[in-house]
Design a protein around this ligand. Structure first.
Ligand code: NOJ
Ligand code: CA
Length: 540
């Protein structure tokens, strides 16, 4: 491809630095660990890495409570390690995307320390959102409004020293910033500039659509919902119109450098919402999460569900002229292999990987999903994530998908020589990168092959997408088409063989790729698919 654009056409690999590779035996992954594995990532074929936060943090939300946006937590390394990582990544043609958490800070951030110390406006008081109690007898009636935290309970924390509440849409240790204060806006955009000057290629913006709140903090309308935060319609706490001019300004800063990128993490995402935040003077992309859902809840699987979701994204992103993203896993949801596989069989995980790599949109590949890592199953007393602590046993939190990368079959899976911060999955003696490299039919080799195939096949990257009837209720089929190249992707979601119709095949006759193990009989009017087969055919 002559016009390869890294963030549109390449695969972006998400690294949770804490769990990738520990180089000093303290049980925490670190930046030198990422640098040490860049050759692995180059060989896998990714175009960019997105690093979850490595900034100084008290870890109340494992890095998403940031105490200094322009520094490296000493546990992960130094700024010099960071510069070396960027330089080494670039030397291999790998771009670096940082996770910017600008909606809130840690309560240990010097800004909040100053703000909470006094009501004096000169003391950064107005950098956060403070309100007096409302008159009322019960504790809940005194809260400034009815907003709920994404994590648990009300979104208001009480500060006894100064007698006011502060807003926190996440943990109480994550106070929300007041983006209406021009000094906050300036300081946060300076964070963006700081990392751009350090040669960072792009940003993933944590809950960007929550930066601005309704100016008068009106109550949200209520509705039926299973969790407190779902019992509110999020009318006044997110998606305020002030976000658009801010995105315009941010985009102006990014466009001052070549090929820079911003992808937004859309809170309470819908495809419509995600698409509306993107454009030439807005974000390059925004997550829509139709395959992962909120905390992995309420999300379906199977040819009909997936077809419907694909058509919806094609319609909405297509009409908006916005390039979609595809997310199958991240640090907030159960891993795809955990969601779709039984036992250690990886066949359904190959379907998820095939979707990730053949749909129209930028694939976001979460570390470890290329070897089908499964979530840890933790006991209540092992849970560290505030979400798990709040919602156990309905939600077990997000620790499960954050376990150490399984590099090899040695006792700590090659992740650390010390004691890992979170235990290594019990399946690591068999399920690890070293073992999967040796196995031609492994999920790892499948992933690597498909990334390579994608690179050589422009229609798989840029081609128009159309879902087509497959002739079988258990098979999802879609085409990717560019002038002169038509690829048919056929995915058998069932554990039984299936037959796709001659009409589906159309002009596609040449086999491009398949996970089929058995000999394929002569096609007699159609194509027989193995159980869970992933099949790519080439036509013109
Ligand atoms: C979204 C992040 O993905 C999640 O991990 C975090 O807990 C919240 N934002 C708060 O920063
Ligand atoms: Ca370490």
């Amino acid at each position: 491809m002559t016009d390869f654009l890294w963030w549109r056409d390449g695969v972006i690999y998400q690294i949770y630095p804490r769990s990738f590779l520990d180089t000093n035996g303290d049980g925490l992954g670190d930046l030198p660990g990422i640098t040490a594995r860049l050759d692995y990532l180059a060989d896998l074929g990714v175009a960019a890495i997105w690093l979850s936060p490595f900034y100084p943090s008290p870890d109340k939300d494992f890095g998403y409570d940031v105490a200094d946006h322009c520094a490296v937590d000493p546990r992960y390394g130094t700024l010099a390690d960071f510069d070396a990582l960027v330089q080494q990544a670039h030397a291999r043609g790998i771009r670096v995307v940082l996770d910017l958490v600008l909606n809130h800070t840690s309560d240990q951030h010097p800004w909040f320390q100053e703000a909470r110390s006094s009501r004096d406006p000169s003391a950064k008081r107005d950098w956060y959102l403070w309100r007096d109690p409302r008159p009322g007898r019960s504790a809940s009636s005194r809260l400034p409004n009815n907003w709920m935290s994404m994590f648990s309970g009300a979104a208001w924390g009480w500060e006894p020293a100064t007698g006011q509440y502060y807003l926190h849409l996440f943990a109480p240790e994550q106070p929300d910033l007041n983006w209406r204060n021009p000094a906050v806006r300036q300081a946060q955009l300076d964070v963006v500039r700081f990392w751009l000057r350090r040669d960072v290629d792009g940003f993933r913006l944590d809950v960007f659509n929550a930066y601005f709140k309704d100016e008068t903090l009106r109550d949200n309308p209520t509705q039926f919902g299973l969790a407190p935060v779902l019992r509110r319609k999020h009318v006044y706490d997110i998606d305020q119109p002030e976000m658009i001019p801010l995105l315009n300004e941010l985009r102006g800063i990014l466009d001052g450098y070549p090929e820079r990128y911003a992808v937004g993490e859309t809170s309470f995402a819908t495809v419509e919402k995600a698409a509306a935040y993107c454009g030439p003077d807005r974000l390059h992309a925004a997550f829509s999460f139709e395959f992962t859902g909120l905390a992995g809840l309420g999300v379906g699987w199977g040819p009909r569900y997936i077809a419907r979701k694909i058509q919806e994204r094609e319609r909405v992103f297509g009409a908006a002229g916005v390039w979609p993203t595809t997310v199958m896993g991240n640090h907030d949801v159960p891993r795809p292999a955990t969601r779709y596989c039984r036992g250690e069989d990886d066949a359904p995980a190959k379907l998820a990987m095939a979707l990730l790599l053949t749909l129209r949109g930028t694939p976001f590949l979460y570390y470890g999903d290329e070897i089908g890592m499964r979530d840890l199953n933790l006991r209540r007393d092992q849970i560290m994530d505030p979400v798990g602590k709040a919602y156990w046993p309905f939600l077990k939190g997000r620790d499960g998908c954050r376990s150490p990368m399984q590099w090899d079959g040695t006792p700590q899976a090659g992740f650390t020589t010390g004691r890992p911060w979170l235990r290594v999955h019990g399946n690591a003696t068999q399920r690890n990168l070293a073992a999967q490299r040796q196995d031609p039919s492994s999920l790892f080799n499948f992933t690597r092959d498909l990334i390579a195939l994608r690179k050589q096949t422009p229609a798989l990257i840029r081609g128009a997408l159309a879902v087509t009837p497959s002739g079988s209720p258990q098979v999802l089929a879609f085409t990717r088409t560019l002038p002169g190249q038509r690829i048919l992707v056929a995915l058998n979601f069932a554990r039984r063989p299936a037959r796709i119709s001659p009409a589906t095949l159309g002009g596609s006759s040449e086999l491009l790729y398949s996970t089929r193990r058995s000999q394929r009989p002569e096609p007699r009017g159609g194509l027989e698919l193995d159980p869970h087969e992933v099949c790519l055919l080439l036509g013109n």
